[in-house]
Design a protein around this ligand. Structure first.
Ligand code: ATP
Length: 354
């Protein structure tokens, strides 16, 4: 069976980690046919667009893609290409597993967390009013008229919408994920005491939806308390269900807990399409040097294999990563080693193929 998968190398360290992941996924030999497409600055140079239609069409056609990080240049009309891609394909759920890997010295060695982040709403939906603009002035007038709200004349505004439908689908996704993956519990983070009509709605809707999942234990915790618990006792937590902004921030906290951004894979999933990508950005400070850690991208590839139903192949890739790390065979500088990106990929690929 052939799996057609779109590969988007991306910017900065993207092409380097993409090449590494491709080497490993080819070694696992499950019949992936790569359809390479551009997004980001390579696409801007080639096609005059940061997110060309051809790239979106290829993903719609193949339904599955893996991408390196993309940087959004300022002043190009896009707030974020990553956000645009998620909105365009309605990839409403971000899944980011953070697991303590062998051979990586950690303060909390037993961490095994999964962040499930709502990807389309909240402060990242892109509804913004620039300070001093006529739109901000109009909004100021409306708010005054609507409820006597006093918006400072020099305020910029970002709106935080959270809908019942948007919440229902991410809650359902998170509970189904927890059930299917035999996770211990779901912890929902919010600040419903302050943001009653956005986070409050998220919490109330989740309570209603969770009734259908009586077999999945869950709790809700205020986001500030949850953050403290996460850094003090991460082993008590399991699946974290979060609105967009909190999910973005806590994903990086989780990355820090297990040894850094170079190790955390991710998936953006909707009912129709799935795009896999590492949590890290394009890391321009180390781009082009061949020293980026490819493990986050390779583990994103393992998530892709599982999504394609190739469970045994996914387990083989994860096992090979664990082995290479535990024997200290090859490590990039972020993990205290001196190996190159491709040396790490080759070490993993040879164990995958063995
Ligand atoms: P963005 O805004 O896209 O998130 P950023 O530069 O703020 O980009 P990242 O690119 O995620 O954030 O990285 C922050 C730092 O972490 C980088 O500067 C780099 O030093 C380190 N880093 C990130 N990814 C990796 C990796 N795969 N291997 C090694 N170091 C990495």
């Amino acid at each position: 069976m052939v799996h057609k998968v779109v590969l988007i190398p991306g910017d900065g360290i993207g092409p380097e980690v993409a090449e590494a992941a491709r080497l490993v996924l080819d070694a696992v030999d499950v019949g992936i046919e790569w359809i390479e497409r551009d997004a980001g600055s390579a696409a801007l140079e080639e096609h005059g667009s940061l997110l060309p239609d051809a790239t979106l069409e290829a993903i719609r056609d193949c339904r599955t893609a893996i991408k390196g990080p993309i940087t959004t240049p300022v002043g190009t009309g896009f707030r974020s290409i990553n956000v645009a891609l998620r909105q365009e394909l309605d990839l409403f759920a971000a899944v980011r597993p953070a697991r303590a890997l062998p051979g990586v010295p950690l303060r909390h060695p037993a961490v095994d967390l999964v962040v499930i982040r709502e990807n389309t709403e909240d402060l990242y939906q892109g509804i913004e009013f620039e300070r001093g603009s006529p739109e901000a002035a109009a909004l100021r007038g409306e708010l005054e008229a609507l409820g006597g709200f006093q918006l400072a004349a020099d305020a910029g505004v970002t709106v935080k919408p959270i809908s019942v439908a948007g919440t229902r689908r991410i809650v359902r996704f998170a509970f189904e994920y927890a059930r299917a993956n035999r996770r211990r519990k779901v912890t929902l983070g919010h600040k419903a005491s302050v943001m009653r009509y956005s986070d409050g709605l998220f919490l109330r809707t989740a309570r209603e939806s969770a009734v259908e999942f009586a077999d999945v234990p869950w709790e809700d915790v205020q986001i500030d308390h949850l953050t403290a618990r996460l850094v003090m006792r991460p082993a008590d937590l399991d699946v974290l269900l979060l609105p967009n902004l909190y999910g973005d921030i806590l994903s990086d906290v989780c990355a820090g807990l297990v040894g850094g951004l170079g190790l955390i894979p991710g998936a953006n999933i909707g009912w129709e399409y799935a795009v896999f990508e590492p949590v890290h950005g394009s890391a321009p400070d180390i781009a082009g040097q061949g020293i980026a850690n490819p493990i986050a991208m390779i583990l994103s590839g393992a998530m892709l294999l599982r999504h394609l139903g190739r469970m045994e192949a996914a387990t083989r890739v994860e096992g090979a990563v664990d082995q290479v790390l535990s024997v200290g065979e090859a490590r990039t500088p972020d993990l205290g080693g001196s190996s190159t990106t491709m040396q790490v990929a080759e070490a993993i690929a040879s164990r995958v193929a063995a």
